[in-house]
Design a protein around this ligand. Sequence first.
Ligand SMILES: [Cu+2]
Length: 305
Amino acid sequence: MLNRIRARAGALGLIATAVLFAGLSPAFAGMGQPSPGQMGLQQPATEVARQIHSFHDFVNTIIIVITIFVMLLLVIVMLKYNERANPTPSKTSHNTLLEVVWTVVPVLILVAIAIPSFKLLMLQYSYPKPDLTIKATGYQWYWSHEYPDHGGFSFDSVMMTDEDRQAAIKKGMPENQVPRLLAVDNEVIVPVNKTVHVLVTANDVIHNWTVPSFGSKVDAVPGRITATWFRAEKEGVYFGQCSELCGKDHAFMPIAVRVVKDETFKAWAAAMKSKDKKGAAEIIRKAALEQAGLSKVADAAGAQR
Ligand SMILES: [Cu+2]
């Protein structure tokens, strides 16, 4: 009887582990944005995000193993040592070996967690020499972005309303480029495979500049500069949200970072510097359509003008 229950509990544990691990597979999560029914984290686009994922998977494995182990112990105790099965209990009160083991093993587990954890922290705070620095300022309730090493131009990034999105979709923009509650009017543009430092601050209350696929998440504190960095390895658009409760529209101040080819970035930055906002917007529109696999459409639309 006990053996059968043990076998069943073991099988259940295995199934639960398999389901959890299937959920961790990146196939279920979007790149740069969440996907419907998603399990697990958004796909990583930087080394930091990749390491965050492996650290998450590693710690999760330890959690699952410990949980199953404790659950099995509880089941065994309940079945084997209840009053009916074991009417005369043992009077044992000490077991030196067992006590040493249950002290040392948790210490070893903590050390095993601490090593990759410190490695990850060191990477996050390594700040390699930047190719580009941008400044992000949080306001109630939108972000403002400034490019100090490109003439100091700046712009606000305000969430697109449903009407804005519909208008963009009508003009040929694929829906996944303007996801609801994540798309903004002016995206942050950065070049691919370049180290970008983001200096983060706020002008009213504490906000938080977060882009999950970059592994970037840092508080924006009024009167103080905090910083994060990323080196995006893949072109595309990456969305994030303010992640510090900041008031009634906290949920409606998303962050959108578009990673483009270096030439595209330079052309866009030059247009922004010379205050050619229309030209800059056109460069980004073309890049967005190209990234969505619609470069022919982009060319045709360009030729019509
Ligand atoms: Cu906020």
